[in-house]
Write a protein that binds this ligand. Structure first.
Ligand code: GLC
Length: 555
């Protein structure tokens, strides 16, 4: 488990192609020299940012990047770094995060989903979920504790090698588990692992997001530690390739987006997100870019690199053109003709203007926009999903203008999207007949609850990262203030219910690890914005911004 220390920034993460050079773009520099367009907001933010990050030095940065430089019971760096009193929640959160650590043969390998002893039903909340571990991993990396992250990456890589079956059907080789559990036998003194690839999950859906998060986390680890030896091992290279072969294979697809079943990601129950959900498309895009920066251009890697470049090109065009919605676009769709045939069609997917829900006309501000939930033939899901939009900003799937527009909309619709607790998983909820049809009468997903318009504190870290990247940390600060007024008092719930997110969720777990870790990550990023380099990718200038669809029919 030894990691080689590499001075930060000495070697670019995979210097063999232009995209990875972009990827290695120094974010600290980016924040120093804001793009012209965002200067207006930035000047104020920079002042307040430097006020916040008092006492932060290059030495601290180096410390944070030397693996194993701090013991696991040490006071967190973020705690000692401040000259002013940190919020008491920070220390509590670290304690809770450490309590959730899971060990395999003495080594930390992850964190359990929730440490809620009061809850009668454990279900699978005592497992290490791949997606749930991401904010924990980022917290540990930001605090200079990369070992648990490295162990997790290696352990899940081993699990990927298992044969996976649902009944008599064999799953693809590259599928990563949704979660795993360590079983301790106190008599024999042995540890064993059981993993779930969807064969035990409610609904029996394989987690499409797990593999993407694994790749994204491998890059975060590499970026944060400067340790290239892990991602360059033949095992990791193979792991990346296996994940990619699942989603780059050719078939009947007419779109570059990835076709998915309902419930294959954070929203892991039927919620009408089947098809081409924004959450998966944004993660797919980000994982492709991360993979590109890590794949070696050797005999096996070269072919994948070529396929990734082509896919990214098509994917960014498709997403930026067809998933993007702003006032102008909405008006265009509203005036669409239907039944158009041939290449000159403006309404390419034959979306019926009558299917536009009423709420979206009121919701859409004159300035602002977002990537809609789903686009497929004659079906546009107009719901706003937070994870997909934040990841679109972080991965630069959104152009700089689109990123700013996403933040404009969030500010404009603060009451609806944040309310009393950041952040709505999606907006709005579905109810009555629609709820019956879409969720299959799911009692956990009733209106404004859980995945159906519930508010999830874990999303704070993604929101904060997106705010920092777009030069608007004051928005994140507002959200953090809301979290600090409730989360600890309510024992770190998994989600909140209600239109405003005022009530602790009906079936929410307490001491939900990713709510805890998400808060810590958000705090550390605001203190030291350069941290977002590990979870953000700069714009790739080769991916040309898209032409407006309303003009496209003339070409
Ligand atoms: C819920 C969430 C899922 C999460 C799991 C463990 O099922 O929907 O996203 O991974 O709990 O916390």
């Amino acid at each position: 488990m030894e990691s080689t220390k590499e001075p930060l920034g000495l070697r670019a993460v995979g210097s063999h192609c232009s995209l990875s050079e972009m990827d290695d773009f120094d974010l600290t520099r980016a924040l120093d020299k804001p793009r012209l367009k965002i200067e207006r907001k930035r000047s104020f933010d920079e002042r307040s940012m430097s006020e916040l990050s008092t006492g932060y030095s290059r030495h601290d940065l180096d410390m944070a990047h030397s693996p194993g430089s701090r013991s696991m019971v040490d006071t967190p760096l973020s705690y000692v770094r401040n000259s002013f009193e940190p919020h008491p929640m920070v220390a509590e959160a670290w304690e809770a995060l450490r309590r959730s650590m899971v060990f395999f043969r003495g080594q930390p390998v992850g964190t359990i989903a929730a440490y809620d002893h009061a809850s009668e039903e454990v279900l699978n909340y005592d497992q290490v979920f791949v997606r749930d571990f991401v904010p924990s991993a980022l917290a540990f990396l930001m605090n200079g504790e990369p070992d648990i992250v490295k162990n997790f990456l290696l352990k899940t890589l081993q699990l990927q090698g298992w044969e996976k079956r649902v009944d008599r059907f064999k799953l693809g080789e590259g599928v990563m588990p949704a979660s795993f559990k360590v079983l301790h036998d106190p008599v024999r003194k042995t540890d064993t692992i059981v993993a779930d690839f969807g064969e035990s999950a409610i609904g029996r859906v394989a987690p499409v997001d797990s593999g993407f998060w694994w790749i994204i986390l491998l890059r975060a680890y590499t970026k944060s530690t400067g340790d290239l030896t892990l991602s360059e091992t033949p095992e990791c290279q193979k792991g990346i390739r296996l994940i990619l072969s699942l989603c780059l294979s050719e078939g009947f697809d007419t779109f570059p987006t990835l076709l998915c079943a309902d419930g294959c990601s954070m929203v892991d129950r039927r919620m009408g997100v089947y098809g081409y959900p924004i959450e998966i498309q944004a993660l797919f895009f980000m994982a492709l870019r991360c993979a590109l920066s890590m794949l070696k251009p050797d005999e096996e890697g070269r072919e994948f690199i070529e396929r990734i470049v082509k896919r990214l090109h098509a994917l960014s065009f498709h997403m930026r053109s067809y998933f993007w919605l702003d006032f102008q676009q909405l008006n265009d769709i509203y005036r669409y003709k239907t039944e158009e045939y041939s290449h000159t069609a403006v309404n390419k997917f034959n979306v019926m203007p009558d299917s536009i829900p009423d709420w979206v006309f009121d919701f859409m501000p004159l300035r602002g926009g977002y990537f809609v939930g789903n686009v497929s033939p004659a079906r546009m899901d107009f719901r706003w999903f937070s994870l997909g939009n934040c990841v679109a900003i972080l991965s630069s799937l959104a152009t700089p203008d689109q990123s700013m527009a996403i933040m404009d909309l969030l500010e404009h619709r603060w009451e609806e999207l944040v309310g009393e607790m950041p952040l709505k998983i999606c907006y709005p909820c579905i109810e009555s007949h629609e709820w019956r049809i879409v969720t299959g009468c799911d009692p956990k997903n009733t209106r404004w609850s859980y995945h159906n318009g519930g508010s999830w504190p874990v999303l704070l870290w993604m929101l904060t990262a997106a705010c920092i990247k777009t030069g608007r940390p004051q928005i994140a600060r507002r959200a953090i203030d809301l979290i600090e007024s409730r989360l600890h008092r309510d024992c770190w719930p998994e989600y909140y219910d209600g239109k405003q997110g005022r009530y602790v969720g009906k079936q929410a777990r307490k001491y939900q690890t990713w709510s805890i870790a998400g808060y810590l990550v958000a705090k550390m990023m605001l203190e030291d914005p350069s941290h977002i380099g590990m979870i953000s990718l700069e714009e790739d200038k080769q991916m040309k911004p898209v032409i407006k669809r309303s003009a496209s029919w003339t070409c």
